[in-house]
Unconditional design. Structure first.
Ligand code: SF4
Ligand code: SF4
Length: 160
């Protein structure tokens, strides 16, 4: 489990994944934040109030999948790099994954990067579709990559 290994378990992941009916509608966030830590910038980052913390700042964020538009505004605001946007409607057999990236060099649009799982193991190659890195993101770039749809829940990092 996350608390002991630093890596979310399959059971924990299941609890934060959107239902398949929501995934079929298009982009949506997945928040892999399972620790009761005093942190909440994701809440105020969301323009549609899809993220809530019922018990205050140490509560875990609860995402309303139906309200979430998949806009990605919360992604660069998470200091834990724990928020991802998945889009299973990208293309037949292919999905997109949007994630934070704080290393250098930054990837470039159109380039191929190495897709990694949560342990840093290589999953395969991925094409960079988009990079957003405005000053307001404070050096947390947001990268969107194209990945096989059947690996969307495995890939959670990249190596440039
Ligand atoms: S992706 Fe956009 S709508 Fe969804 S939780 Fe994040 S900020 Fe809110
Ligand atoms: S900003 Fe990130 S680490 Fe902080 S509560 Fe939200 S999801 Fe968790």
């Amino acid at each position: 489990m996350l608390k002991h290994t630093g890596i979310i378990s399959a059971e924990e992941l299941k609890a934060v994944l959107p239902p398949s009916v929501r995934l079929e509608k298009g982009p949506v966030a997945i928040i892999e934040c399972l620790q009761d830590i005093p942190c909440d910038p994701c809440v105020s980052a969301c323009p549609v109030n899809a993220i809530k913390m019922q018990q205050g700042i140490t509560d875990r964020p609860q995402l309303d999948f139906e309200t979430c538009t998949g806009c990605g505004a919360c992604v660069p605001k998470c200091p834990g790099l724990a928020i991802f946007i998945v889009n299973l409607k990208h293309a037949p057999g292919m999905a997109t994954l949007t994630l934070s990236y704080e290393m250098l060099p930054l990837p470039e649009k159109g380039h191929e990067v190495t897709a990694l799982d949560r342990s840093g193991r290589v999953v395969g190659k991925a094409k960079v579709l988009r990079l957003i890195n405005p000053a307001a993101y404070d050096r947390t770039a947001v990268v969107t990559i194209e990945v096989p749809a059947d690996r969307i829940n495995d890939i959670r990092a990249i190596r440039v």
